[in-house]
Ligand binder design. Structure first.
Ligand code: C2E
Ligand code: CA
Ligand code: CA
Length: 815
């Protein structure tokens, strides 16, 4: 703030002049008064002496005149005395008191006024006795005269008055001159200085300097100005430094701000009262604000569309701010300002923000992931076409049901229903008609059973009905199941009307009553399935219960088991290789090793037939070990021959029983140590079923092997659980999309959606994607458009023996 300029009368020179004048007047008055007084005393004394001398001179003639009674002489003396202008009455008396001579003169008024007034005297009369010489003892007469003292001192008064005025005037002049000198020497430069100081811009104090005054270079003013200028220099310098630092700070803050704003993450900071102190662009925009006006927005203004209430949020913030806790919210639902449903994954942590500790909130938009997950989860449990529970849910529910039946001692039944010649409808009338028939079948099945029963679609035209709590007696339960089965058969065989067309279809039903001795769900389904096949073999459109004969089929497996033992000893197994190809470049990036059994009598037997037998018998352990050694051996050979390049991968199928063995990982590590394979050469294909039951152990096994240079793929993806929550946790690198989806991808919209979802989700999770069973270019084009990375299939090559695979490698080098 500028200082007000002092008025002239407040200036130092005027103040000094005022004091000076008063002091000068007082002093000169006082000194003059003393001087006048001293002079006056001297003058008075002198006058007294004069009067005394006058009297001394006049007395002898007067005495003589009295003695001789000489009146003339007396008059002469009287007149002589009157010549003194301050004597105005004289009289001489004889010894008897008679006046001998007397005279007086008129008094003129003296013009000494005020000074005379100060000392005014009454007229003084002097008298003395007259003594004649020789007659000293006798008084001859008396002489008296009156003196006007004022008149006598008149000259003295006049002089004193003049002196007094002159000295007062001199003092006055001195004061005025001093005043002028002060004004020019002090007040004026001070006024200028104060004016200049006032002019200093507080924001830019160094812009101007105080003017040095030539005439004051050496004095105190000069020093003040110099020192002030030095201070201004120092301030200017430090301000300049500060400006540079501030600029640097602003720049770095700006950069930081840009980084924070460009992140696709919501970042904000709230204080303990729930006010936002900061929000990045993404957050502000999501909330319908700008980052600037987000400041001081209260959380209650934003939570209208959240599942959270203000108190919960503020409590959470307080935990972070007061206790220094970090809080993770895995998933919160939020509606953005534009009305969009978002799912956020939020991390909250304390942050020192200027003077206070605030809650830093960082949220990631996981909506896409969440939606894919929800979709996948629904798909995982439901059949897209009919909305019925799928195999996964069926297995879960049936496991539960079977346990309950054992616990409560009652019986239920599983009905395996397969439509007869459904393929004909699809082939002749097209998939849309087939789909609507399946939907109709599904609703007829649901109408045939009770609320507590379960209808599921396994695949294509296969349905399963679980009838829970039929009876405590096994035979009665079987009877009831038969009745329901008949009802279903009758319902299904009723005509379907499709666009004025009457369609007829029948079904084959296999029934098994549960619980059976130590049966597990998969076996129950297999029994029902076997019974259903029995119906098919007998001519369809009927119901069959699982029976002893069917158990024979199981015993046939035992025969195969024996043969498989021999097959291993006699080396009837061979590995085939199917190339894995890059969708974009068409280059071979690896291969899948597939087992073949050359049966001495029956020729090549499909792994679909013998792998389950190897599994149940436990032989898979030895065969699996053989496959691993073969694979290592062959890759080592190819590598040496320069056919197998770094980066190519050979995939091996690992069956559940193999994988779950405690020593699996250590056996594998021991084996591969014996070979000289580049890192990341081997890949193991496992199915979700393997992991899902013992996920922690599975993660441990996979992690251990991953550390030893082996990667993992999820085989037949999409047919099983396909739950994103497992996927996130499993350290696998690749998903192999099951060939059943690729097969119908051209005609079946559901399959297209599913494949696209899997690819999207896989890419989101950073996984490699392989499409299996690609048989033609149309299928390849579709998966290519979805962004799938690799494929396998007859389109490029079926699984082939090693020599043929080498030929492929040589023809189509990997890079
Ligand atoms: P998978 O792992 O799904 O193997 C892919 C199957 O798809 C192979 O059947 C392959 O011949 C077949 N395939 C490849 N391209 C096409 C195509 O374009 N169209 C069609 N329709 N099919 C195609 P494969 O060789 O009969 O093997 C059947 C299953 O047996 C394998 O299914 C795998 O689960 C299992 N398996 C094969 N070898 C082994 C093995 O060494 N160990 C274990 N544990 N299981 C194996
Ligand atoms: Ca496989
Ligand atoms: Ca597969």
């Amino acid at each position: 703030m500028r200082q007000k300029k002092p008025s002239f009368f407040q200036g130092i020179s005027f103040q000094l002049a005022k004091i000076g004048i008063i002091l000068a007047i007082l002093l000169s008055f006082f000194i003059s008064a003393i001087q006048v007084y001293i002079d006056y005393l001297a003058q008075s004394k002198e006058l007294d002496q004069l009067i005394y001398r006058v009297a001394e001179v006049a007395t002898p003639p007067a005495a003589r005149a009295v003695h001789t009674l000489d009146a003339d002489l007396a008059n002469e003396v009287v007149n002589g005395l009157l010549t003194y202008d301050f004597i105005y009455q004289v009289a001489i008396w004889d010894e008897r008191g008679n006046v001998l001579a007397q005279a007086d003169k008129a008094l003129t008024e003296s013009d000494v006024t005020w000074m005379g007034g100060l000392f005014t005297h009454d007229d003084a009369s002097y008298s003395s006795d007259l003594i004649v010489a020789g007659y000293e003892q006798m008084v001859a007469g008396k002489i008296s005269f009156t003196v006007d003292r004022d008149r006598a001192l008149e000259n003295f008064y006049r002089r004193s008055e003049i002196n007094f005025f002159v000295s007062s005037f001199r003092s006055l002049i001195l004061v005025v001159l001093l005043f002028v000198a002060f004004y020019f020497k002090l007040t004026k430069p001070l006024v200028q200085l104060s004016h200049e100081i006032n002019e200093i811009d507080p924001d830019r104090p160094g812009a101007k300097r105080l003017t040095t005054l030539k005439s004051h270079k050496a004095d105190e003013l000069g020093t003040v100005i110099n020192s002030s200028n030095q201070i201004l220099d120092v301030i200017e310098l430090s301000l300049a430094k500060r400006r540079v630092i501030e600029q640097a700070l602003r720049t770095s803050e700006e950069h930081l701000r840009q980084i924070v704003d460009s992140l696709p993450v919501f970042i904000g900071a709230r204080n303990a009262d729930g006010y936002y102190l900061f929000a990045n662009k993404a957050l502000a925009e999501m909330l319908g604000h700008t980052p600037e006006d987000m400041r001081n927005v209260h959380i209650s203004d934003l939570l209208k569309s959240s599942v959270l209430d203000v108190d919960t949020v503020i409590r959470g913030d307080a935990r972070v701010i007061n206790n220094g806790e970090e809080i993770d919210v895995a998933e919160e639902s939020f509606i953005s300002a534009s009305g969009e449903q978002l799912y956020l994954q939020t991390h909250m942590m304390p942050l020192q923000y200027y003077e206070e500790v605030v809650c830093l909130v960082v949220s990631m938009d996981v909506t896409e992931r969440k939606l894919a997950q929800a979709k996948m989860e629904h798909m995982a449990h439901h059949d897209a076409l009919t909305g019925l529970p799928n195999r996964l849910q069926l297995v879960e529910r049936l496991e539960h049901e079977a346990r309950r039946a054992v616990r409560h001692g009652y019986f239920g039944a599983v009905l395996f229903i397969d439509l007869d010649k459904f393929k004909n409808i699809n082939d002749s009338l097209g998939h849309p008609v087939g789909d609507s028939v399946l939907q109709e079948v599904s609703s007829r099945l649901q109408s045939a059973v009770r609320e507590e029963d379960l209808v599921a679609r396994l695949s294509g035209d296969e349905f399963v009905v679980v009838l829970t709590v039929l009876d405590h007696n096994q035979e009665v339960a079987a009877l009831k199941a038969g009745e329901v089965g008949e009802k279903i058969r009758a319902l299904i065989s009723q005509a379907f009307i499709h666009e004025d067309m009457e369609l007829r279809i029948t079904c084959s039903v296999g029934v098994v009553v549960y619980p059976e001795k130590n049966n597990v769900v998969h076996e129950l389904l297999r029994y029902a399935d076997t019974a259903m096949y029995q119906v098919k073999e007998k001519g369809r459109d009927a119901i069959e219960f699982f029976n002893e004969d069917m158990a024979d089929k199981v015993s046939r497996q035992l025969v195969m088991e024996g043969e498989l033992h021999r097959a291993l000893e006699e080396e009837q197994f061979v590995l085939y290789f199917q190339p894995k190809v890059d969708v974009q470049s068409g280059a071979i990036v690896g291969a899948e090793a597939l087992l073949r059994w050359f049966h001495p009598e029956q020729g090549i037997i499909s792994p679909f037939e013998f792998i389950p037998v190897l599994e149940t018998s436990g032989l898979i352990i030895e065969v699996g070990q053989w496959v691993l050694e073969q694979a290592c051996d062959v890759v080592q050979k190819w590598s040496k021959a320069g056919l197998w390049h770094k980066g190519m991968q050979l995939s091996l199928n690992i069956s559940p029983r193999q994988f779950r063995r405690d020593s699996f990982a250590s056996d594998v590590i021991k084996t591969i140590e014996q070979y000289n394979l580049p890192d990341q050469t081997l890949d193991m294909e496992i199915t979700e079923g393997i992991v899902i039951q013992q996920i922690e152990e599975a993660i441990e096994t996979i992690t251990l092997l991953t550390q030893n240079g082996i990667s993992f793929s999820l085989d037949d993806f999409g047919t099983g659980y396909s739950s994103i929550s497992y996927l996130k946790r499993l350290p696998v690198t690749t998903l192999k999309i099951d060939k059943s989806f690729i097969r119908d991808i051209i005609d079946d919209r559901n399959d297209r959606v599913l494949v696209e979802t899997i690819v999207t989700m896989g890419r989101l999770l950073g996984l490699g994607l392989v499409a299996e069973g690609v048989e033609n270019s149309a299928q390849l084009d579709i998966i290519k458009s979805y962004g799938c990375h690799y494929y396998q299939g007859f389109y490029f090559s079926p699984p082939v023996p090693a020599d043929q695979f080498i030929a492929l490698l040589e023809k189509r080098p990997s890079k």
